[in-house]
Design a protein around this ligand. Structure first.
Ligand SMILES: [Zn+2]
Length: 206
């Protein structure tokens, strides 16, 4: 394989990028000057060095904003400690924050679970979430997944995995009100829709 083919293959691994788009990226890079390419290489190399994973919510955050291994959101004492909102991915965090209606803490699962997946514990942070709930005093757990089959499946897995502990600790588990149209990912929902989905969340005891 030559460089064009190798790089195309690498870009095809990116979420939502097919081989045709991947090839367009490669040809785009070929049209750029060395300065641009140098900057790109430098940023990619520094990414893991400059970005940390929060030990509480598992979100990525820039290292320089915190001396500890906790992100600024988790370190904020003014948040409502009784609420924990569970997200599939980092990108969903900003969208929830933008609505301005949620004032509690977060937890990032690290993905969603496709239907028929045999080993969800390997795919998402179920054990870590369970430990987090054990250690904190939470009244409400909001499971905010995408309104698609994988999201609904993940919601159900989270709910049943945590059932022993949510029952024991009398924690309300709620899900987003489906103002969100079916099939739409949180990432692509507008702020107003997401806001009403959060406000109209459905609560159930475990
Ligand atoms: Zn955090």
């Amino acid at each position: 394989m030559n460089s064009v083919q190798k790089l195309t293959k690498l870009f095809s691994d990116f979420p939502g990028i097919g081989p045709r788009q991947a090839k367009r990226f490669v040809y785009f890079l070929l049209t750029r000057d060395n300065e641009y390419l140098g900057q790109l290489v430098e940023l990619v190399e520094g990414l893991k060095r400059d970005v940390s994973v929060c030990s509480e919510c598992y979100r990525y955050y820039p290292k320089n904003v915190s001396k500890t291994n906790i992100c600024p959101t988790c370190a904020d004492p003014n948040k409502d400690k009784s609420k924990l909102l569970v997200l599939a991915r980092d990108v969903d965090f900003e969208h929830i924050e933008k609505t301005g209606v949620y004032d509690g803490y977060y937890f990032v699962l690290g993905g969603s679970v496709p239907i028929l997946d045999k080993d969800p514990e390997k795919r998402i942070r179920l054990r870590e979430l369970s430990r987090r709930i054990e250690k904190d005093s939470i009244d409400e757990l909001i499971v905010a997944m995408n309104a698609n089959p994988d999201g609904e499946n993940t919601e159900e897995i989270v709910r049943s995995y945590l059932r022993p502990i949510t029952e024991l600790k009398n924690i309300t588990v709620s899900t987003l009100g489906r103002g969100l149209s079916t099939g739409v990912e949180l990432e692509y929902s507008d702020s107003e829709t997401l806001k009403s989905a959060l406000e109209g969340r459905r609560r159930s005891q475990f």
